[in-house]
Design a protein around this ligand. Structure first.
Ligand code: PEP
Ligand code: MN
Length: 267
C-alpha cells in the first residue's frame, strides 16, 4: 500500500498548521521532553516565531536507563494542548503502548512511534485504527524493507496518513550518536508515496551538526524536518547534547527557507 506504484503521486499529510509532502515542507520543532508548562509554552512561541509549522515534545519518554527522566505523562500532554491553544501549532508527541493510544490522540495531532517501537506490531496496529496522522521513526537497526513493512501495518489498519522519519541508524561509527543516512530520502521517495521527514537531532546527537544536516536533508528531497529545540539546551532534561537553542533554530530556519525556496518547495 505504501508503494508509489499503487498511487502514482506523492501523498500530502495535513493536520492543522502542519502540511507536508508533494512539495510542501513541514518543520516540527520543540524540546525532546515536555518539562513544565512554562518550558513548552516558551518553546512553542519561539519555534512558531521562527517559522516552525508544528510543535514536538515528549510526554511519554522511551529512555535507555530506567533511572532517567521518564516524562510528565498525561500532565505533559495537557501542557502540549495548552501550547497548541496559545500558538495554533499542531502537536506531535510519542505514544509508547497500545493502551495509551486513545489518551495521546485526545491531546495531540500527530502520534509519534519512536525508533525503539518501530517493530512493536501491536502498537502499529493500534495507531492504524485511529484517524490521526502517525510519524513512524526508523528503528536504529531496521532495514528499509523492515521500515516500509512497519508502515504497512499502520496502512493496513485503514490509517493512510503515515509520515516516515529517518532518524539515524547504528553503525560501527561512533563519532556521532547515530549515523544519518541521507540517501534514504531520495531512495524512499522513489519507492513510496509516503512523506519522508529527517531528524538531524537524533541522527547526529551533536547540536553543532543539526543545521548542516537539516539543510542537507531538504536538499536531498525531504518533505520535512523534526528538530529538538529548547530555551536553555544545557538544562534540557533529555537529549541536551543534540538540542539547539531557540536562537540557533531561528538562524536554521532562515537558511532552511533559502534552500527550500531555491528548490521550489512550498512552506
Ligand atoms: C525523540 O523524538 O525524542 C525520540 C525518543 O526519538 P527516537 O525514537 O528516534 O530515538
Ligand atoms: Mn529526544
Amino acid at each position: 500500500v505504501a508503494s508509489l506504484e499503487t498511487k502514482l503521486e506523492h501523498s500530502v499529510v495535513e493536520t492543522g498548521s502542519l502540511k507536508l509532502g508533494n512539495g510542501h515542507l513541514g518543520v516540527i520543532a520543540g524540546p525532546c521532553s515536555v518539562e513544565s508548562e512554562e518550558q513548552i509554552l516558551e518553546s512553542a512561541k519561539a519555534v512558531k516565531a521562527a517559522g516552525a509549522t508544528a510543535l514536538r515534545g515528549g510526554a511519554f519518554k522511551p529512555r535507555t536507563s530506567p533511572y532517567s527522566f521518564q516524562g510528565l505523562k498525561e500532565v505533559g500532554l495537557q501542557y502540549l494542548a495548552a501550547a497548541r491553544e496559545a500558538t495554533g501549532l499542531s502537536i506531535v508527541t510519542e505514544v509508547m503502548t497500545p493502551e495509551h493510544v486513545d489518551l495521546v490522540a485526545q491531546y495531540s495531532d500527530v502520534l509519534q512511534i519512536g525508533a525503539r517501537n518501530m517493530q512493536n506490531y501491536h502498537l502499529l496496529q493500534a495507531v492504524g485504527e485511529i484517524d490521526k496522522p502517525v510519524l513512524l521513526k526508523r528503528g536504529p537497526s531496521a532495514t528499509i524493507d523492515e521500515f516500509l513493512l512497519a508502515a504497512e501495518y499502520i496502512l493496513d489498519g485503514g490509517n493512510s496518513n503515515v509520515i516516515l522519519c529517518e532518524r539515524g541508524i547504528r553503525t560501527f561509527e561512533a563519532h556521532t550518536r547515530f549515523t544519518l543516512p541521507l540517501a534514504t530520502v531520495p531512495y524512499l521517495k522513489e519507492r513510496t508515496h509516503l512523506p519522508v521527514v529527517v531528524d538531524p537531532s537524533h541522527g547526529t546527537g551533536i547540536a553543532s551538526l543539526v543545521k548542516p544536516m537539516a539543510l542537507a536533508g531538504i536538499a536531498a528531497g525531504a518533505d520535512g524536518l523534526i528538530i529538538e529545540v529548547h530555551p536553555n539546551p544545557a538544562e534540557a532534561a533529555s537529549d541536551a547534547a543534540q538540542t539547539i537553542s531557540t536562537e540557533a533554530f531561528a538562524d536554521l530556519m532562515v537558511q532552511c527557507r533559502k534552500v527550500a525556496g531555491a528548490l521550489g518547495y512550498k512552506m
